[in-house]
Each structure stands twice: as structure tokens, then as C-alpha cells.
Design a binder for this molecule. Structure first.
Ligand SMILES: C[S@@+](CC[C@H](N)C(=O)[O-])C[C@H]1O[C@@H](n2cnc3c(N)ncnc32)[C@H](O)[C@@H]1O
Length: 321
């Protein structure tokens, strides 16, 4: 029997073949497509804003050919460091699909980037004490407070050379007293004003509104006395917003964006989308200092999504001695 004719005799594929087929054709491909769709529609604070990128760039400036590590598959940070002529650039995320999904989202040549599909909380032996920059755009928000945050800070500290800097964006999700309805009306009102000013950019403004509103609806939904988020109230708010937006913006061009941010990204539907923690800088700075960093608080403009003072940045230096 030839090899080709033998294929026809196999009726039950082995578990390995089944897994391979699924990974290439089914769930994996679907996961990559979904993440591509998310990344195409997401704006700040999911993705770094212009103002946030300016803070990263100001930290990287003045260092030629830095050795760098990006925690999270963030195209904008990879571009910034490639353009800074990083002599080494490693990107780590535990999700292979995320890395596959962001291919094509950069403007720079990523051919020299080293990709590691791995856990941020595991030190990389070859990087220990060698790096000039470690950066992470909001990745800590998906880690347990405070154990996961401390561990990430320790790993970052350990991989930096003396004088090296860890730059990160975080979100203070404490809330500012606004009700969910006020948050919703404020976002929709600003979207309506923006589309009156620039009708041609309507969909872009809608994406900005949806990205910001999704995150804003988590404000003030922490567990009592804790920085840890409670997914229940946020999930309820997202479902309400989904209904209201579908009723107000019934046109086909808005539907995929509404469904993506307010249904597919509902923690009850998609547990991977759950924000874990949103501590204020007053809790994060002492944690960084306890690991050994010297910390500089870098505020973002009040106009920054999703609401004034929510997103903030920290530049944490490993002391020279
Ligand atoms: C919704 S995303 C966005 C985070 C960030 N803004 C970025 O640009 O990458 C969260 C990412 O964090 C990754 N992630 C969460 N915990 C991780 C860990 N312990 N190690 C590595 N990646 C992790 C997930 O795989 C996911 O791609």
C-alpha cells in the first residue's frame, strides 16, 4: 500500500492529529481573528494613547541601542523601541494568538524582535541584570493584587541593569463618584459632539467612545476595601450599555463595535477580558519602592480616556548602587 492510499484507511485520527488540526484550523485561528478584530477596534486605554507614548518615549530618549523587554504584545511599544535602535528587544506574553494577531499592526521592522510565549512572572535567566528598559502597558491590571503585581515588579527589577528603568501604565479604578448612567451619558454626549465636529471620522470617534466607556464602566466596582475588581457589577453595567447602545445606534456600521466591547468583552462571557485590579498610585508606588525602585509618578492629561486621573504612568528606576 502506498503512503497516499494508506491515508484513506485511517478512520479515527490520533489525539495528536486532532489537536493539531484544531489548533491550525479551529479554535486557534478563531482566537487570532478575534484578537485582530479587538486590536483593530480598540483605542485608549486598551492601547497606548499619544500622551502615554510620549511618556514612554521621554523615558527611552537619550539612550542609544538600549537592551529592552516589553511585557505584553503591544505594537506601539515595539515600534518605539525598534525606532530607538534597541540592540536587543524581547517581547513576552503568555498568549501565542496575541502575538500572531498583532503582526501587521506595527510600522517598524520587527524582524530582530525576540518573541517569547511565556509568563511575565517567571524571570528569564538570560536577561538577569542586563536590561536598560522594561515596559508594560497596563499588563499588571490583569494580575492579582498585590501578589502578582509584586512578583512582576521583582522580575522587572531583577532583569534591569543598575540605572535601568521600568515604565508602566496603570489605572486607578477607585472611581470618582459618578453613577454608571452619568458615565454612559457623558461618553455618548462627547461622541455626539465629536461626530458633529468631524462627521467623516464618526466611526473612529465611536471606537474611541466604546473603548473608553467599556473601561469606565468598571470604575468603582472594586470589592469593598480592596483594589481587586468585582466582575459582577461591571458585567451588569456592560449588559445595560449594550442594550442602550444597540437601541440608540441601530445602524449596521456600529453593531460589530457595540457587540465587541459590551457583549464579547463582558467578564461573564469572556473571563479572559476581566480586569483584575485597579489600585491608585498611592498603593502602587510603595509596592515598587519596597522592591527597591526609585519611582517617578508621570500623570497623563485630564482629557485622557476613560476619565480624568484614571490612567497614570510610573517610571521606576533601579538605583545605580
Ligand atoms: C487584554 S491584554 C492587553 C494588555 C496590554 N495593554 C498590552 O498591550 O499587551 C492582556 C494580555 O496580558 C497577557 N497576560 C496576562 N497575564 C500574563 C502573564 N502572567 N504572563 C504573560 N502574559 C500575560 C494576556 O495573554 C493578554 O495578551
Amino acid at each position: 500500500m502506498t503512503f497516499l492510499s494508506s491515508i484513506g484507511t485511517v478512520t479515527t485520527p490520533s489525539p495528536r492529529v486532532r489537536a493539531l488540526r484544531t489548533s491550525l484550523t479551529g479554535e486557534r485561528l478563531e482566537a487570532v481573528r478575534w484578537r485582530k478584530r479587538l486590536w483593530s477596534n480598540a483605542r485608549a486605554p486598551f492601547r497606548p494613547s499619544e500622551a502615554g507614548l510620549e511618556v514612554y518615549a521621554s523615558c527611552f530618549r537619550g539612550h542609544d541601542a538600549p537592551r529592552s523587554l516589553v511585557l505584553g504584545a503591544t505594537p506601539e511599544l515595539i515600534d518605539l523601541l525598534v525606532e530607538q535602535r534597541a540592540s536587543e528587544l524581547t517581547v513576552v506574553d503568555m498568549c501565542q494568538e496575541q502575538w500572531d494577531a498583532i503582526q501587521g499592526f506595527g510600522r517598524a521592522d520587527w524582524s530582530s524582535v525576540e518573541w517569547i510565549c511565556g509568563d511575565w512572572l517567571e524571570p528569564i535567566a538570560s536577561l538577569r541584570g542586563r536590561l536598560d528598559y522594561v515596559c508594560c502597558d497596563g499588563g499588571t491590571l490583569f494580575l492579582e493584587w498585590s501578589k502578582g503585581w509584586r512578583r512582576l515588579f521583582e522580575v522587572a527589577f531583577d532583569s534591569l541593569a543598575p540605572g535601568g528603568v521600568f515604565v508602566t501604565k496603570a489605572q486607578d479604578m477607585t472611581g470618582y463618584g459618578a453613577t454608571a448612567r452619568e458615565i454612559f451619558d457623558d461618553h455618548v454626549g462627547r461622541f455626539e459632539a465629536a461626530r458633529r465636529r468631524a462627521p467623516a471620522a464618526e466611526l473612529e470617534h465611536f471606537r474611541e467612545m466604546a473603548s473608553s466607556l467599556h473601561v469606565a464602566l468598571f470604575l468603582g466596582t472594586q470589592r469593598a476595601g480592596s483594589a481587586t475588581m468585582d466582575p459582577e457589577p461591571a458585567s451588569r453595567r456592560l449588559r445595560q450599555a449594550h442594550g442602550l447602545l444597540r437601541a440608540a445606534y441601530g445602524e449596521a456600521r456600529f453593531q460589530p463595535i457595540i457587540d465587541l466591547f459590551f457583549e464579547e468583552m463582558d467578564p461573564a462571557v469572556n473571563p479572559r477580558a476581566v480586569l483584575q485590579a485597579g489600585p491608585p498610585p498611592a498603593q502602587v508606588i510603595p509596592l515598587l519602592e519596597s522592591v527597591g525602585f526609585e519611582v517617578e509618578y508621570r500623570p497623563l492629561p485630564p482629557s485622557h480616556a476613560p476619565a480624568p486621573g484614571v490612567c497614570y504612568m510610573l517610571a521606576a528606576r533601579r538605583p545605580l548602587h
